[in-house]
Design a protein around this ligand. Structure first.
Ligand code: ADE
Length: 253
């Protein structure tokens, strides 16, 4: 996969793209990152990339020419990549969009830092607009890093243990079950006996039940979207029963 990033602050990406899973993915040549300062594509000798808005008002607007020139320099014919504008007005990012983007051979990210983008960038250069949530950042860089991180870790071979991406929260439609490691007892807090039992079928059942318990408590919206298997229905009924019993015990005490 190739990822091109256009930004006025290329230095922001250095640490993130060279560390941890992203750094290893690059070393293993699973992904190639190119970070370009689009100020280098300005037509003015002062490197101007923004201007005041037509019609007046405050703030500055990113001019179309530098970004069109920068992105078009990458595209000498052939298959056109998805060109993603990071902005709060975009579609809200989620794991299924991460999975979709992870299938692409080439992604281009545009990160701006100004009041706005000239609308012709949105209409004629960009294929996707993505927001990472309903809040406003100072620029698109941090948002692009979030998207890039979540896409690169899905590349085959990027994670040491390939099953860990398959079992992620959101990939399964459920939040992950609780994890434990040694010691079996820490400050009097014990690891659930079942995890020490070596009984794989019971452990799998416990994990599914705990995933359901957590998703029901924290993200009931996810649960209502999920197509439940027979086993899930049985476990949810068990949870309901247990919670009912706990409630009546509390009321008695
Ligand atoms: N740029 C500024 N805020 C943003 C957000 N929430 N998502 C994506 N890009 C942004």
């Amino acid at each position: 996969m190739r990822i091109d990033i256009f930004t006025l602050f290329p230095e922001m990406f250095a640490g993130v793209l060279s560390s941890s899973i992203l750094g290893k993915a690059r070393e293993k040549e699973l992904v190639d990152f190119q970070v370009t300062n689009f100020r280098d594509f300005s037509e003015s000798k002062h490197g101007t990339v923004d201007d005041t808005p037509y019609g007046g008002g405050g703030g500055m607007v990113l001019k179309p020419e530098p970004l069109f020139r920068a992105v078009e320099a990458l595209l000498p014919g052939g298959k056109k990549p998805r060109v993603i504008l990071m902005c709060p007005q975009g579609v809200t990012y989620n794991q299924s969009l991460a999975e979709e983007l992870a299938q692409e051979e080439h992604l281009v990210f545009i990160c701006g830092h100004y009041e706005g983008y000239d609308e012709r960038i949105r209409e004629h250069l960009v294929t996707d607009e993505i927001s990472i949530g309903d809040y406003v950042l100072t620029g698109g860089e941090l948002a692009a890093m979030v998207v890039i991180d979540s896409v690169v870790r899905l590349q085959p071979g990027a994670l040491g243990n390939q099953t860990s991406a398959v079992e992620d929260s959101f990939s399964t439609g459920l939040l992950e079950y609780p994890h434990y490691t040694r010691p079996a007892e820490f400050r009097g807090w014990k690891v659930p006996d079942i995890l020490l039992s070596g009984h794989h079928a019971n452990i799998e059942r416990w994990r599914l039940k705990e995933s359901l318990r957590r998703t029901k408590a924290r993200r009931p919206d996810l649960l209502s979207k999920l197509e439940l298997t027979g086993e899930m229905k049985k476990l949810l009924a068990e949870l309901e029963r247990e919670q009912g019993q706990e409630k009546s015990a509390e009321e008695k005490s």
